[in-house]
Design a protein around this ligand. Structure first.
Ligand SMILES: [Zn+2]
Length: 450
């Protein structure tokens, strides 16, 4: 039996293992069920024929799961699958049609928190390896797994794990934890991830909230903070902080070619989000360039005063804003933080306090790397066609992998682009789980021959 036939024949096993994983809540934000889920992953790996163990860093840090199969026919090349077993909180529960941890199959979809992000992705990789082991008793190249438990809260220990287990995790290429499939069923092969600088800015005026009649004589810190953040960005989204774009490289010719050829359905996108226009009336290639390569300054939350029902006339003592800046390759988070600090000082806002919550550098695999064509060929064969994107618009710890393992990282997977990850009614499409599992088989095969 071929691996492809094996995958088709054993889809029920894939689905039931995915349900088992979904039914074990593993919410890193609440430190809920992480040990249990890590053990469950090792169990599923072992029953698929993959050698597996729990890796530990320090007390209080969620465990990571390691998996390994050494190839008898080709032990000189190693492919690493990076995934995570933790999930986002399921709240708000009342917006779910089913229990978020039920793993219920309805029609051609599996519902539940983690069904797509990232338990669905993980299961396709485990099953691809299993299909080789149970048909040929061997894999075409060495295969390793690193499955962490803190991805949804910022992967703050992944670099320490990579450093501690550097030898064990040594590999020649990395398949990233997720990959989107677009509305036309084409997988998006993403070669990079943006970085992130997440900060909190606070203004404080008085030691306690006051009656709002005093707004004639006491400054409102929310106004103060608004004035400060108004200076960060213009209405077109351009960041006004000095030298913010200093390290941003122009796209290469090849990158521009890829961006031009990338499909982007503007109307479909507008419909999905219920928006009438894009920021700064961007269209066509401008949208695509922005998504893969433009830094952002986004207000993620603004906290001040009374936000409950009805009216309360209050003058708050304090205002805080949470801002995330997406970064692109060569931008260094702490350097950007220093530039932000200087900007506020220079504009007379040195009373605003800045707290850095998270910093992560961006990463991008070169378009000319041979691993790109390995993945592209496998994807085209499995899905009919595929799309290369030079970078995801999102952030992940790819830079740490490149820094420690020196391996190219490419993201490809089974997540339907509108599968509501991080939201109520998250689902995975069974047809995409099937195709992605086959695609992973082909990646192993082509990679071993390259
Ligand atoms: Zn996620």
């Amino acid at each position: 039996m071929s691996q492809i036939e094996f995958v088709d024949k054993h889809m029920n096993g894939l689905i039931s293992d995915l349900q088992t994983l979904i039914r074990q809540p593993s919410v890193s934000a609440k430190n809920e069920g992480l040990e249990e889920c890590a053990r469950l992953v090792t169990k599923i790996m072992r029953s698929s024929g993959i050698k597996s163990e729990i890796l530990r860093l320090a007390k209080g840090v969620p465990p990571a799961v390691y998996g390994e199969v050494i190839s008898k026919q080709n032990p000189s090349k190693t492919l690493l699958f990076y995934n995570h077993y933790d999930v986002q909180p399921a709240e708000p529960y009342d917006l779910w049609n089913e229990d978020p941890f039920s793993g219920k199959v309805k029609g051609k979809k599996i519902y539940g928190r983690g069904s797509a992000d990232d338990k669905g992705e993980l299961i396709t990789r485990i099953k691809a390896v299993e299909s080789y082991l149970k048909t040929e008793g061997d894999v075409p190249c060495n295969v390793k797994f690193l499955v962490e438990g803190e991805e949804e809260i910022g992967s703050m220990h992944i670099e320490a794990y990579l450093k501690k287990y550097k030898k064990k995790l040594a590999s020649d290429a990395v398949i990233w934890e997720f990959g989107y499939v677009d509305a036309k069923n084409r997988p998006i092969i993403s070669l990079g991830m943006k970085g992130l600088l997440y900060v909190e800015l606070s203004a404080e005026e008085s030691i306690r909230d006051a009656h709002s009649s005093l707004a004639v004589i006491i400054e409102n810190p929310a106004w103060r903070l608004l004035e400060a953040i108004k200076t960060l960005r213009d209405s077109k989204g351009r960041i006004l902080i000095k030298d913010w774009y200093k390290e941003v490289d122009r796209f290469t010719k090849k990158e521009l070619e890829i961006i031009n050829s990338e499909p982007f359905d503007e109307n479909e996108f507008k419909k999905e989000y219920g928006i009438k226009r894009f920021l700064a009336n961007k269209r066509g290639n401008e949208l695509k360039k922005a998504l893969v390569g433009e830094p952002t300054c986004n207000i993620a939350g603004f906290i001040s005063g009374y936000t409950g029902l009805g009216a309360k006339t209050v003058l708050p003592s304090r205002a805080t804003v949470k801002i995330d800046f997406r970064l692109v390759p060569r931008m260094v988070p702490i350097k950007q933080l220093a530039r932000l600090r200087r900007h506020l000082q220079k504009n007379g806002f040195d009373d605003i306090t800045i707290t850095m919550i998270h910093g992560e550098a961006a990463s991008r695999t070169k378009t000319t790397d041979p691993f790109v064509s390995v993945v592209k060929e496998a994807a085209d064969e499995s899905f009919g066609s595929s799309v290369i994107s030079i970078s995801s618009a999102g952030t992940g710890p790819m830079h740490s992998f490149v820094k420690v393992l020196h391996s190219p990282c490419i993201s490809i997977g089974s997540t339907y682009i509108f599968s509501r990850i991080h939201s109520p009614n998250e689902f995975a499409r069974i047809d995409l789980l099937n195709k992605t599992t086959k695609c992973m088989c082909k990646i192993m095969d082509k990679f071993s021959k390259h």
